[in-house]
Design a protein around this ligand. Structure first.
Ligand SMILES: Nc1ncnc2c1ncn2[C@@H]1O[C@H](COP(=O)(O)OP(=O)(O)OP(=O)(O)O)[C@@H](O)[C@H]1O
Ligand SMILES: [Mg+2]
Length: 281
C-alpha cells in the first residue's frame, strides 16, 4: 500500500505557461517506517509533488495510487478519507487556524471526519500533548499566541486525525533554532515511536541530514536523485542539484584539508565535535 506515482506529471493551467511543474514522476512510498526528505531549489516542484499525496491535486497525466485508490478518482469516487490517512502540514500552516479556541481548532479535523465529540476531543488532547501544548493553553485564542505556538497548534490539528503518513512542507521555516529543533524532535518521536512514514520538504540541509534516511531531489520538476544521504552527498552531479552541504560535512571537508586529518562523513555537530576531540593532530 502506501503511495505510488506512475509517470505522473502536473501542469498548472495558466496563461503563458506550458511546461510541467512536475514531470514523469515515478515513486514508491511505504506506508510505514520511512523518513524521506524532498529537496530541490525553489520552484523545483516540491509542494506540487506532495499535494498529490493526499488528493489535494490530481495528476494531469499518469496515476497516483494512495492506499490502493487511484487518482484522479473515477466518477463519484470519494477521496476525502485519503486526507485523513495522509496528513499534510502546509507551508506556514498557522494561516489556516480559524476556530475560537486552540482545542476547538485542533479537534476540528477529527470532528469533520465524523468522530464523536468526545473522541475528537480525546484525539485533540493527545495531539496537543504530542506537540508540547499545555492544558492551560486549551481555551486561549489561537490568534493570541506566538508564531511558534501557532505552528504547534496547526501541526496538532493534523496529528489529531492520526494519519498513517505525515507530509510536512517546510515545517521549520521561520522558526528560531530552538523552535526548529523542538519541532523536528516532535516529528522524529512520532516516526520512531509509532513507526510512521514522514515525508519532509526542507531547504535546511542540517535538519535533513540529521533526520531523513532517504533523499529525493527534484530539479525543474523531475526526480534527479532518489537514494540514501551518503550517496547523495558523494554524487558526481551533486553540484548541479543546487543544494547546500550540511554544515558538519562542510566543516569536515575544510578541516580535513587544513589540518590534514582523515575525512569522515559526519552529519551532526555532536559527531564532528567528538571526532575532533579524539583526532591526533
Ligand atoms: N498555483 C499555481 N499556478 C501556476 N503555477 C504554479 C502554481 N503553483 C506553483 N506553480 C509553478 O509550479 C512550479 C513548481 O512550484 P512549487 O510550488 O511546487 O515549487 P517548490 O519546489 O515547492 O518551491 P519552493 O521551494 O519555493 O516552495 C513553479 O514553477 C511555480 O511557479
Ligand atoms: Mg514549496
Amino acid at each position: 500500500m502506501g503511495i505510488q506515482f506512475k509517470n505522473v506529471s502536473h501542469e498548472y493551467l495558466s496563461i503563458g505557461r506550458s511546461d510541467n511543474a512536475i514531470s514523469n514522476i515515478n515513486l514508491n512510498i511505504e506506508k510505514e517506517g520511512e523518513f524521506i526528505a524532498i529537496l530541490g531549489h525553489t520552484g523545483a516542484g516540491k509542494s506540487t509533488l506532495v499535494q498529490h499525496m493526499n488528493a489535494l491535486m490530481y495528476p494531469t497525466s499518469g496515476i497516483v495510487t494512495v492506499f490502493g485508490q487511484d487518482l484522479p478518482p473515477k466518477k463519484r469516487e470519494r477521496v476525502n478519507h485519503l486526507r485523513r490517512k495522509v496528513g499534510l502540514v502546509f507551508q506556514f500552516p498557522e494561516y489556516q487556524l480559524f476556530e475560537n479556541t486552540i482545542i476547538e481548532d485542533i479537534s476540528f479535523g477529527p470532528k469533520n471526519f465524523k468522530e464523536t465529540k468526545e473522541h475528537a476531543l480525546e484525539n485533540a488532547k493527545k495531539a496537543a500533548k504530542q506537540v508540547g501544548l499545555d492544558e492551560s493553553m486549551y481555551d486561549k485564542s489561537p490568534f493570541r499566541i506566538s508564531g511558534g505556538q501557532m505552528r504547534r497548534v496547526a501541526v496538532a490539528g493534523i496529528l489529531a486525525m492520526d494519519p498513517s503518513i505525515l507530509v510536512l512542507d517546510e515545517p521549520t521555516r521561520g522558526l528560531d533554532p530552538r523552535g526548529r529543533d523542538e519541532m523536528m524532535e516532535i516529528f522524529n518521536n512520532i516516526h520512531e515511536n509509532e513507526n510512521k512514514t514522514i515525508v519532509l520538504i526542507s531547504h535546511d540541509m542540517d535538519i535533513v541530514s540529521k533526520y531523513a534516511k532517504r533523499m529525493i531531489v527534484l530539479k525543474e520538476g523531475k526526480i534527479v536523485f532518489d537514494g540514501c544521504k551518503e550517496d547523495l552527498f558523494n554524487h558526481k552531479d551533486f553540484d548541479s542539484f543546487n543544494l547546500d552541504l550540511p554544515t558538519p560535512l562542510k566543516m569536515m571537508k575544510y578541516l580535513s584539508k587544513k589540518l590534514n586529518i582523515e575525512y569522515k562523513e559526519l552529519y551532526t555537530l555532536d559527531e564532528l565535535t567528538s571526532y575532533l576531540k579524539e583526532v591526533k593532530l
